[in-house]
Design a protein around this ligand. Sequence first.
Ligand code: HEC
Ligand code: HEC
Length: 413
Amino acid sequence: MRFAIKIGLCFAFALASQASSGSELRDQVLRDAALKAGLIEAEKTHVKVEPEFVAAGKLVFQSKRLSLNRETACASCHLDRFGSADGIPNAVGTQGKGQGVERLAAGGDIIPRNTLPFWGRGGVGFNVFFWDGKVNGTDGAVVSQFGPLPPSSDPLVVAAHLPPVEIGEMITDSQKNDELKTETISTAQSIYALLVGQLIGDSDIEQALTFATGKQPSQIVYLDVATALASFIRENFKVQPTKLHRFVFDGIPLTDQERRGGLVFYGKGGCSICHNGAYFTDFDFHAVPFPQAGFGKNGFGIDYGRFNETLDPDDRYKFRTPPLLNVTKTAPYSHSGSVADLGDAIRFHVDPLALYNATRFSDAQRVEYYSALKSWSREPLVGIALDNEEIDDLVAFLATLEYDSATQVEETD
Ligand code: HEC
Ligand code: HEC
């Protein structure tokens, strides 16, 4: 009897130590894979900003004075409670009211894209902006609609020039008088001058901008405003250590499910082929056959994505790989916000027909979808099979990429 107990104990001990060395081994495999795929400590992504510009940028970001009729602020669409996006499929710009679904109901002008959040934007090496990469600083000079004379060599500062002059986003069609009739660079310059005048009409903003720039109010130009906006975005949303960072760099444990999800992410799921580096993006463009919601950037329910910038037919249906930091907070998903659930967003990558509701779309849209599938067929996703449990595990793993912003924002008049 004593002998049997002893044997039993020895056996249990052997099993336990085997289990722990097994999970230690899996932890080590996961750590190595994350490092190999480019994860770095959060602080290493930080870019130095001037606190005076950050403070001015926050005021400007929140202010509706950055739109000509004073109804839209950056903070109307980039909201804390939706992870710095807006919680709706396609953004609602001018004439929109309220937040989130209220904006849909208010019937404002629709921007045919899903609002992007700000996590890590403008950190070290983060140089490609918007779903189609229309502001791209990868090769040194910033490529954008400003052509050969970008207003700044900092792509985030260039990106912060666009929303206030984008028709439907912060300025309406009817607000253009004859002089402001077309969306050209000189039109934009006249709108910028009006907006700067409007902003410095607020004494707090005037003070913050003069303090940051050391200029007289009359000398302030939109570049100063954009620099302030970029400084605020860079600082407020900079990468902070997530649970995954603490696991990789400090040895803090993950749950079994998170670990399983991580091993699928870097292993058979192939996710890190594209979602890699410090921000979980390769800053490249790929085709994932998400269904299109809304009328699309090209109209008639079509969005050609990267093609609109390069006119290269191979770029049709390709979009910038989205960063995945805080992705659990930014539903709905994809460039047109057509997918509400995070697990479904993952499934569409590998098994699009499982979720595609063909009857929801017109004949023409289905034909487009077949072309999108053709582009997808050249991506390294085809042939990967993920079951429901693996998708749940991936969702649990993605939840380890959460962190909070430094401060909260709210719209001001
Ligand atoms: C009407 C809603 C709306 C407003 C207002 C708005 N944005 Fe956005 N923002 C969007 C949408 C939609 C996108 C994605 C557009 C695209 O990629 O085509 C976006 C994308 C961005 C991006 C790119 C992020 C990335 O990952 O590349 C930046 C930067 C940005 N906005 C800054 C601002 C700033 C600064 C303001 C205020 C001046 C502002 N936005 C106002 C909806 C809005
Ligand atoms: C071939 C490159 C590639 C691979 C591999 C890949 N993705 Fe993506 N992923 C993308 C692109 C591109 C998009 C955006 C496409 C769009 O919106 O049209 C995207 C979108 C997403 C989104 C939605 C993000 C958002 O903000 O809307 C999630 C979540 C996601 N991917 C997770 C994963 C996971 C998990 C895996 C592994 C199973 C994976 N991806 C594999 C390229 C890739």
